[in-house]
Design a protein around this ligand. Sequence first.
Ligand code: PGA
Length: 252
Amino acid sequence: MRPLVIANWKMNETNQEADQLLSELASGLGTATDAEVVICPPFTALGVLSNYSYAKGAQDIHWADRGTFTGEISGPMLRGLGCKYVLIGHSERRWKLGESDEIINKKIKAALRNELIPVLCVGERQMDRNNYQEFIYNQLEAAWRDLGVEDLGEIIIAYEPVWAIGTGQVGSKNPATALDIKNAYAVIKKFLQKEKLEGYSRLVYGGSVDSENVGELLGVDGNQGFLVGGASLVPDEFAKIVKSVSSSFGDK
Ligand code: PGA
């Protein structure tokens, strides 16, 4: 399977700014890449993304397909706009907006029902680091409740330790080490094996990824790409990350 580089723009970029950013990225990156580039802009910029060749991802999905949920966006709406991927369970939604495991489970079901590939984000907070194994395993089990391999086309699991995610402030970067990621992937792989999902899943890492550290993190066994926040808003920087991922996997 192709490696993934997923851009999570979070709540940044107006429609016009999105167009500018994407056109700068397109000139920096060109079209040839062995990596699949997925852009997850705010919902308002999904339309602009149609003019570019990148895969479309949404940052969230509602669990119902339609109904009285003012302000929400559903799976059929995302499909209608050509989305292929959807982020679910991002730590900023879990911890800043109070999204529970139960809601995340319902959102995974909504994504699968609408043939969107879920990018399920899991990862421990600083205070949970002593028992990160149990913490991550519980998040996975809760997200996958009442689901089986027969429900799945594909799932991406993003390991995003909360302590490693940039705050958007200069100097706030604190990426996980290759060893941290390897250890967390071991837990995720155990879960995937138990649920017989190994052949249907890809593992990516997110948290302070940039063009300087991507080389080291690429080496982690089983890593199939990255979920990039802050650095995905800087076209040159993101293009460098994509090129590193692309050339390293092209060699394999
Ligand atoms: P970051 O964000 O790359 O800015 O740390 C990653 C994410 O939150 O998905």
